[in-house]
Design a protein around this ligand. Structure first.
Ligand code: PMP
Length: 365
């Protein structure tokens, strides 16, 4: 149901229900016959796909009697977006929040977290996940010492993939099924392929299960993992650039989270992407589709385009009129406005012919 059709009880009522948007201009420019569709998650109340799991994990813990208003302290290691969702939920519900977050994550996320009332602890980006200094290690140390401390643990909590199996996935299916096939936009009536990045892996695992169990078991689900991370399957894909650092936030890890399914029946194929291709794809989404997305959306789109252009199954789908290819766009540029990669893209581009014309006019008049 559209969010605006009735009063919602709190910002949590404005989580999810995000639009599935045609990326027609990019599709045309890329010579694709299929429909290229973006699931735009930055319209969710907290600004990302992770609001959904934050809401579900908090509500599930409340049902289990694990959270006590005025006493509980929700502690979570996160790359920021799960933290923002949790801080939003906890601001409304009256729980304290501590977020542990690697140094590389943006200042914008920290500012949003602090504005929502969370405490933020930064940790060394290069710390191995199982060291006491990592964002996970620090969260565990704090939980042991702080009365009321509880880690909902997005890396292991079944409510992470379930949030996507019950909301994100069904929303994608419903939008595709509800949109009629027309002369302008033929439609197979199915989700034929889904491309998404993985951090915890909850998003891709949950959406895949929703689509394959209830809608189209033959949908091809493609995972995108940054070079330097080890989430892609088979492991040989991860050898190039293993352990290297990358700038894109929210995807990739140095361990396999429990909630990520690497079963090829759930995630059929994997691709590795670089920062450069991700940021170029962000530029495409902004300039041609008017979508103010974040870096990992660029990773997902660049992975989708590579899959559609270079793989056997991808090429077949790319050339099929009416095939529906969905790309998950996890958050918005609000989270990255001060990052050098974005400022360079926005402010240091070659002057356009119009910019040169403006300069001429102002010089002479
Ligand atoms: N992109 C961004 C910006 C994120 O914050 C996250 C969550 N870490 C993801 C992608 C990946 O989502 P998931 O954890 O569900 O794999």
């Amino acid at each position: 149901m559209p969010q605006s059709s009735q009063i919602v009880d709190s910002a949590l009522g404005a989580v999810g229900n995000t639009p599935l948007v045609r990326l027609d201009r990019i599709a045309k420019q890329q010579g694709l016959q299929c429909n290229l569709l973006g699931k735009v998650e930055y319209t969710s109340a907290g600004g990302s796909v992770k609001d959904r799991i934050a809401k579900r994990m908090v509500e599930a813990a409340e049902k289990e009697g694990k959270l006590i208003p005025g006493y509980s302290v929700v502690i979570e290691p996160t790359s920021g977006n799960t933290g923002i969702g949790l801080a939003m939920a906890c601001a409304i519900k009256g729980y304290s929040v501590i977020i542990t977050m690697p140094n590389k994550m943006s200042l914008e996320k920290e500012a949003a977290l602090r504005a929502l009332g969370a405490e933020v602890v930064r940790t060394p980006t290069e710390a191995a996940w199982d060291s006491p200094e990592s964002h996970i290690g620090v969260a565990q140390r704090l939980q042991h010492e702080i009365p009321g401390g509880i880690i909902l643990d997005q890396y292991r909590n079944v409510n992470n993939p379930l949030a996507h199996e019950y909301t994100t996935g069904p929303e994608i299916v419903e939008a595709v099924v509800a949109t009629p096939s027309t002369d302008d936009h033929l439609s197979s009536g199915k989700v034929d392929a889904l491309i998404a990045g993985a951090g915890t892996g909850g998003t891709i695992t949950g959406i895949s299960r929703a689509i394959k169990k209830t809608h189209n078991k033959d949908c091809i689900v493609v995972g995108v993992d940054p070079k330097g991370s080890i989430l892609a399957y088979p492991d040989t894909l991860n050898e190039d650039g293993m352990g290297g650092q990358y700038v894109v936030e929210g995807i990739g890890y140095d361990f396999i989270p429990d909630v990520l399914s690497r079963d090829p029946a759930d995630v059929n194929e994997w691709l590795k992407t670089s920062d450069e291709e991700a940021f170029e794809a962000v530029r495409l989404l902004m300039r041609h589709e008017g979508l103010l997305v974040g870096g990992s959306s660029g990773s997902a789109l660049s992975g989708a385009l590579r899959w559609l252009h270079t793989t056997e199954k991808g090429r077949a789908i790319a050339q099929t009129k009416g095939a529906n290819v969905v790309v998950l766009l996890p958050d918005g540029i609000r989270n990255y406005m001060s990052k050098p990669w974005f400022l360079k893209m926005a402010l240091e581009a070659e002057p356009s012919p119009l910019a040169r014309r403006i300069a001429d006019v102002l010089k002479t008049s």
